[in-house]
Design a protein around this ligand. Structure first.
Ligand SMILES: *[C@@H]1O[C@H](CO)[C@@H](O)[C@H](O)[C@H]1NC(C)=O
Ligand SMILES: *[C@@H]1O[C@H](CO)[C@@H](O)[C@H](O)[C@H]1NC(C)=O
Length: 216
């Protein structure tokens, strides 16, 4: 083996294990979450497979409209491992999102998941922003039946640009994707981030920062 090939193999193995580090591949048919177990693992420990029932792989309720009477005019109904125990260790989950007319799902990121979204009803403008230094805004208007993907970790949002209700179903590549809503994390941190830090970061007056911190 030449040195080049050995080096390539080492690089491939290293990056291969990085890819697996995201959500480990299952090493059994299933590992239905046992919420009663006090054992701490990466995920939730498994229920005895002999006691597993069809109900453990089942969730009912995504036909129901989420309540969008809130400041942003949208509602996410999650189907993560916490709602559907059979998703534990499977590296996948689902949400329904409802939008009031002109409602938004504010800019946020999922630290552990890529998201693929399909419009069931309505017209949505969607977008994500690439990482530094480009911060390119990739955006598109979607109609019923359209599908769009938000790459893992990138800040993204959706806005209902129609006068009617809008609804989407999205799948995410983690049993527990996590969500960091930018405004809430930055201006609603508890305890707060010092206002002079935010004032300088956002290049605005401290009074503007105080106003924003008061809202979150
Ligand atoms: C958890 O414990 C409660 C009370 O003992 C029991 O009713 C329930 O079935 C348990 N859940 C699972 C998933 O084992
Ligand atoms: C929707 O949420 C609002 C605000 O929390 C609440 O006042 C209202 O009763 C809810 N509507 C339904 C149908 O649950």
């Amino acid at each position: 083996m030449s040195n080049k090939i050995i080096l390539f193999s080492i690089v491939a193995l290293t990056f291969g294990s990085f890819a697996l580090a995201y959500e480990p591949a299952p090493i059994q048919d299933f590992c239905v979450a046992d919420p009663n177990s006090s054992v701490k693992v990466n995920g939730v420990s498994c229920k005895n497979p002999m006691q597993v029932q069809a109900e453990d792989f089942f969730f009912s309720g995504l036909h129901l409209r989420g309540n969008t009477s809130n400041a942003v005019g949208s509602r996410v109904t999650p189907v993560f491992a916490a709602q559907l125990p059979g998703l534990n260790t499977m590296g996948i989950s689902m949400v329904r999102i409802d939008y009031a007319p002109w409602g938004i799902n504010p800019p946020h990121t999922h630290p552990r998941a890529t998201e693929i979204l399909m419009v069931l009803e309505g017209t949505l403008q969607v977008g994500f922003v690439t990482s530094n230094p480009d911060n390119r805004h990739v955006s598109k208007v979607l109609q019923k039946g359209d599908v769009f993907v938000f790459p893992v970790g990138l800040v993204h949002y959706q806005r209902n640009v129609g006068n009617g209700h809008a609804v989407v179903i999205a799948a995410l590549s983690s049993q527990n994707p996590g969500a960091i809503t930018i405004a809430n994390a930055v201006f609603g941190a508890n305890p707060p981030i010092a206002s002079d830090v935010l004032s300088r970061a956002f290049q605005v007056d401290k009074t503007v920062v105080d106003q924003l911190q008061a809202k979150f």
